[in-house]
Design a protein around this ligand. Sequence first.
Ligand SMILES: *[C@@H]1O[C@H](CO)[C@@H](O)[C@H](O)[C@H]1NC(C)=O
Ligand SMILES: *[C@@H]1O[C@H](CO)[C@@H](O)[C@H](O)[C@H]1NC(C)=O
Ligand SMILES: *[C@@H]1O[C@H](CO)[C@@H](O)[C@H](O)[C@H]1NC(C)=O
Ligand SMILES: *[C@@H]1O[C@H](CO)[C@@H](O)[C@H](O)[C@H]1NC(C)=O
Ligand SMILES: *[C@@H]1O[C@H](CO)[C@@H](O)[C@H](O)[C@H]1NC(C)=O
Ligand SMILES: *[C@@H]1O[C@H](CO)[C@@H](O)[C@H](O)[C@H]1NC(C)=O
Length: 520
Amino acid sequence: MIASSFQTTLAVFALIVLHVCALDTFKAAVYEHAVILPNNTETPVSREDALLLMNKNIDILERAIKQAAEQGAQIIVTPEDALYGWKFTRETIFPYLEDIPDPQENWIPCKDPRRFGHTPVQVRLSCLAKNNSIYVVANTGDKKPCNSHDSTCPLNGYYQYNTNVVYDSEGKLVARYHKYHLYRELQFDVPKKPELVTFSTPFGKFGIFTCFDILFCDPAVTLVQDFHVDTILFPAAWMNVLPLLTAIEFHSAWAMGMRVNLLAANIHHVRLNMTGSGIYAPHSPKAYHYDMDTNSGKILLAEVDAHPRTAPTYPAAVNWGAYTVGIQPFPLLKNSFRGFISRDEFNFKELLENAGNLTVCDEELCCHLSYKMLAKEENEVYVLGAFTGLHGQRKREYWQVCTMLKCKSTNLTTCGQPVETALTRFEMFSLSGTFGTEYVFPEVLLTKINLAPGKFEVLKDGRLVNKNGSSEPILAVSLFGRWYTRDKPLPISRTSDSAKNYLMISTLLGIIALQNIVMV
Ligand SMILES: *[C@@H]1O[C@H](CO)[C@@H](O)[C@H](O)[C@H]1NC(C)=O
Ligand SMILES: *[C@@H]1O[C@H](CO)[C@@H](O)[C@H](O)[C@H]1NC(C)=O
Ligand SMILES: *[C@@H]1O[C@H](CO)[C@@H](O)[C@H](O)[C@H]1NC(C)=O
Ligand SMILES: *[C@@H]1O[C@H](CO)[C@@H](O)[C@H](O)[C@H]1NC(C)=O
Ligand SMILES: *[C@@H]1O[C@H](CO)[C@@H](O)[C@H](O)[C@H]1NC(C)=O
Ligand SMILES: *[C@@H]1O[C@H](CO)[C@@H](O)[C@H](O)[C@H]1NC(C)=O
């Protein structure tokens, strides 16, 4: 009797321990933050003024963190640049920076605030995590002293990095990541090589990177493929670009294509087209937010699989070219025409009938579409488009894209231009392409910039198909492929002989980037 009850107790205890050590699911939160911007980023402010502004922003993040914790979230992600905004020079960002130590130091700033000098931002973030027993993911600036023995040391004697930090529920710094693929950020330096930052928790293994990083192989793809993380933490300050690179559209597609959880927190800044955050699972978005009508922040919460690979909903691996290998191209009628999405020249073909089968090719990439519209709207025109090649003006990243999209007007010269509303519903669509890469991200964007969770899927043979009859009117259905091994390396070597050269090159790269405002 006693033994048996002891065993029962042990068993129950073991179950509880197991439960605590390896949760099946967890509650995730992301916060889209309407950042309070500095009045002035052209002349340096004092450290006091910099702290004043950062604390105003942290006051708002604090409310979100408390709310997330009260609703049972284990982790909250906040956006890139959420403490101070953007458009700085190296000199004007400096008062906002703190030296952020290596997580191996095992530091709990909230408990030991003086250990690494004056670090009030880190102490406050750590206390928010500790006091609310929640993992907090934030983005801030790191400065690392260097000297003249280091030939690439910048003139002011500091490397300056765009940095993500993660504090665990005890307030301990558990991750620090320096952004690698900077986007028009003259104030920051590029780390010597991409950092692969992971950490483990009772609710899965996490990887982390920032904004523009998501368009490249390292560290983004490597974290998923080689480090087998369950969930990516993704602070961003993402400017939406229709029709292919709206935040919610591309980020949800990346999670599906890579078959990983992605917790994406974007800045909210309507004038710069920055909105769109989400909690994305491999099979479908769990929660998303897109709002161009108000200036308010927004918290999102959702239950997520801790180990999506072993979950019943985990999608099968896709062989992207498989379907197209087995079929004859649909008749290549001679009515295709050239058109542009941003600066990329596509081959387009109009969807002339209510229903049909179409193929359009651009060099080695052929895109196939079968479709049936519920009704063909008089004043709406859709096209099927194909593009393969180096993207944009910089011509560094190799893209392969198949897309079916609504043109801005019935004038075919407007196909590929941003359009936000549509009326045409599709009873059926099936899109596939002869991709040379295995990195293809499936996008479906509905009228008024909405996603279609659960309404489409990717079959094992690479077809992107609708799942259950007609849905809301469609803006674009796309297979966005990235062929990383065909990317062009940076035109000028990053490591130069002198700090002066280094600065000059950064400036040059910045100018090139500036000319690319809509080019991502
Ligand atoms: C910006 O300037 C206005 C007016 O001078 C002032 O009220 C406000 O506090 C300033 N904001 C910041 C972040 O310094
Ligand atoms: C955390 O809690 C301590 C006391 O429990 C309090 O002194 C401190 O102000 C709190 N910090 C934050 C950032 O909430
Ligand atoms: C925002 O997006 C619209 C179209 O979607 C575009 O016309 C406008 O130029 C964009 N604004 C900025 C600041 O990029
Ligand atoms: C498209 O092709 C499928 C088979 O591949 C065929 O069943 C269907 O009738 C075709 N649709 C049209 C409108 O030609
Ligand atoms: C279509 O737009 C182009 C360029 O905006 C213009 O030159 C052309 O006349 C338009 N065609 C029609 C049929 O309106
Ligand atoms: C599928 O569509 C049918 C009819 O359009 C609808 O009744 C049903 O609820 C849908 N199922 C799902 C899972 O959306």
